[in-house]
Ligand binder design. Structure first.
Ligand SMILES: C[S@@+](CC[C@H](N)C(=O)[O-])C[C@H]1O[C@@H](n2cnc3c(N)ncnc32)[C@H](O)[C@@H]1O
Length: 430
């Protein structure tokens, strides 16, 4: 590939941490000491303030103007909407829920048309509702040329305790979107890099209102994606919906009870979900087992019934991202129950599901195929209701027969996969 490079390089670095400035100055001086004429400028500044100022005063009078190339390894921190950063960002029309997203969105804005950006970030922006505006913004502003994914959740940033996969993005501003190169390796030291070139529509489906970014690193995974997408049904078509548990425990603290008692109903946390079923009450002494019944709490209850419960955060020990359990209507011995916010719940219009359908949904979700598919768009430990809504499901008939066979069977991974293979043949390409 031939690129036209400017004859001189005018290099700008932005860093807020004053302790790093001496080392950074030295690095920049080293950059000036090469044959290509290079001038450097170090801005000891908050990047959000600096970049929004550039954008507000406009490129003609800005101290740095617009850029041809940008490389960034931005910081990660959640931004709440009341933060000063969000105020500055909204002045330039950017909605970002994390510092890294704000840095990438601002940097794209600071590029000239045809300018290029390379950024290393967590993979969490690829899915989930919190990053929807960010995905829309970057996909509208630039074209995706290449994505590298570090598949190990722990290796790439061992020292920073970043427990999620990381990606390196290469984007070109205002360029026509063509195929995307996807490469993957396990961690920073892994020399074995796999590479695929895929149509953009397989990375971001043109029909997906959420603009999820699917990173499918090899052919086997690609076949899995094709098979899952070929399934008959969207969640709504099988008579089920999924929601996040309504009880946010720190807001309902005064109503919580460690032990069930008269005037309470069971409250289900992830700790109650074990081996594909609900084990309630739990005796670990850390989480409440019950919530008081009163006018304030009642609107958060579900009537007794068969539900599928999925942990929103899988623990490090869990092999799969999606961990689904079945609650049967007789399990708790009460007329009502409540679900805590760290659990997603599959229901039918706020009530229970037919028993076999519940078992079928849980067994399908616990399959290796769904796990492989899920990892293609979800690179972190969080499983949102939107993610579960976005995937396709087998038909009601298939789920019922699968559920019937699974209910009394073993619940080890091999048995689950064997049953899913047998009752949903589309998943192995048949
Ligand atoms: C993930 S580190 C990357 C460090 C270095 N660029 C590298 O690639 O190894 C993020 C850097 O951003 C800096 N930083 C954090 N918040 C910042 C802000 N608001 N403005 C500018 N720099 C910031 C940190 O001090 C840190 O040096």
């Amino acid at each position: 590939m031939t690129e036209t490079w400017p004859v001189t390089l005018d290099l700008h670095a932005v860093e807020v941490d004053e302790d790093l400035i001496p080392a950074l100055k030295e690095t920049l001086l080293g950059c000036e000491d090469v044959s290509t004429p290079v001038t450097t400028a170090l801005h000891t500044a908050d990047f959000i303030e600096w970049a929004t100022r550039q954008l507000t005063i406009g490129p003609t009078t800005a101290e740095a103007g617009l850029f041809d190339l940008a490389i960034l390894n931005p910081p990660y921190r959640k931004l709440n909407t009341a933060s000063p950063e969000c105020g500055l960002l909204s002045d330039v029309g950017i909605a970002a829920t994390n510092l890294y997203a704000a840095f990438v969105a601002l940097t794209l804005r600071l590029l000239v048309p045809g300018g290029q950006l390379v950024a290393i970030t967590p993979r969490s922006f690829c899915n989930g509702p919190y990053f929807k505006a960010f995905r829309r913004e970057i996909l509208a502003t630039g074209s995706l040329r290449r994505i590298h994914v570090y598949e190990s959740r722990s290796k790439a940033f061992q020292d920073a305790e970043v427990l999620q996969e990381n990606v390196v993005l290469h984007m070109v501003k205002d360029a026509e979107q063509g195929d995307v190169i996807i490469t993957s390796s396990s961690g920073g030291d892994d020399e074995a890099i796999r590479e695929r070139v895929v149509a953009f529509a397989t990375v971001v489906s043109p029909n997906d209102p959420n603009s999820f970014i699917h990173i499918v690193a090899d052919e086997r995974e690609s076949a899995v994606a094709g098979n899952v997408r070929s399934l008959a049904a969207e969640l709504g078509c099988i008579g089920a919906s999924v929601s996040t548990g309504k009880v946010v425990d720190f807001r309902a603290r005064e109503h919580l009870h460690m032990e069930p008692q008269v005037g309470t109903v069971p409250l289900l946390y992830p700790v109650h979900l074990r081996d594909g079923r609900v084990k309630w009450p739990a005796s670990n002494g850390k989480k409440a087992n019950a919530i008081a019944v009163n006018a304030e709490t009642r609107r958060m209850f579900l009537p007794t019934g068969n539900y599928v419960l999925v942990k929103r955060f899988s623990s490090k020990e869990e092999r799969r991202r999606v961990v689904a359990s079945v609650l049967e209507s007789g399990d708790l011995g009460t007329d009502e129950l409540a679900v805590e916010n760290h659990v997603n719940v599959f229901h039918h219009q706020g009530s229970g599901l037919p028993l076999q359908l519940a078992w079928g949904i849980a067994t399908y979700l616990n399959s290796t195929t769904v796990d492989v598919f899920f990892r293609q768009f979800n690179g972190h430990t969080q499983v949102n209701a939107t993610d579960l809504r976005s995937i396709r499901y087998p038909s009601v008939e298939q789920l019922r027969t699968l559920g019937h066979a699974a209910r009394d069977g073993a619940r080890d991974q091999m048995t689950i996969d064997m049953l899913v293979d047998r009752f949903v043949p589309e998943l192995n390409g048949s």
